[in-house]
Design a protein around this ligand. Sequence first.
Ligand SMILES: *Cc1c(COP(=O)(O)O)cnc(C)c1O
Length: 329
Amino acid sequence: MATPVVATSTFVAGGVRGYGRYANPTWEAFEQAVGSLEGGTCLSFASGMGAVSATVAALAGEREGEEAVVVPSDGYHTAVDLITRLGRPVRSVSMADTDAVVAALDGAALLWVESPTNPLLEVADLPTLLDAARSRGVRVAVDATAATPLRLRPLEHGADVVVHAATKYLSGHSDLLMGVAGTTDADTAERLLAHRTLHGAVPGAFEAWLALRGLRTLPVRLDRAEATARVLAARLGAHEAVSRVRYPGLGALVSIEVHGGAERADAVAAGTTLWVQATSFGGVESLLERRRRWPSERDVVPESLIRLSVGIEDVEDLWADLDAALTRP
Ligand SMILES: *Cc1c(COP(=O)(O)O)cnc(C)c1O
């Protein structure tokens, strides 16, 4: 039943695989599982950023000219930093503002979408954006980490590449870093593979095994965390310490803004016991953090914004802990 951890750096000559940086049966089992969820060919990487790097290179890195890249204004900051280093003009737009995104596409090489965005949880109108991009010859990558393939399948809408930080929901237990890039185009798949092989951001066999193990429970984890997130989002909306709740109605991330600015938000994030103050999301344990504690976080993210990654604990335990931290003077 279970795929073995194939821990090997090389393979006996004459078989289907040549060397441990090119291929590994444990990665392949994970890739096939995610590929069937996404409806495309998936490759796994050593981290989400490994997948982002290969995707940016495959879709924009090798194209000449001064064509721009369009990025989400509150996109995952490391991905936006990497794109900025391409040396192409970067147009930063809110993914929820469909007209503004479409207006930014003229003369662009690549549209980099996140949906929902991290951490403002804005949702992109993918069918409209993909139509507009296709008619202008703009390539499109969608980072669907926060949605998971159970809530959004960008390849079905015609995206060139879908990207995930498998570090988050796909593996789901806060115990590894991995990334995935998927496509339905054979040429793009080849470029992604060439990038992985040349740059060497390959996952470990044990990480791939753990990710596959985690993936088996994705629907159960997500349904549970999402049901809890809905309850918490509604209650937070009525909480007097909270000035704004962002919840797209799906998924298990909720972002809140609290009255009292950064200082108060830091106190709330440090004041819980069941919720753990830590970055990242998508695990079975509930985490929270004030995003602007990171100097690299975008200015469009409010100082008092706390991102909640809802786990699978009991909803009333989570509420009691959060309510106490919000209410404490
Ligand atoms: C975490 C994350 C990444 C990067 O993943 P790593 O595994 O940390 O490299 C990329 N995109 C999004 C939306 C993320 O949340």
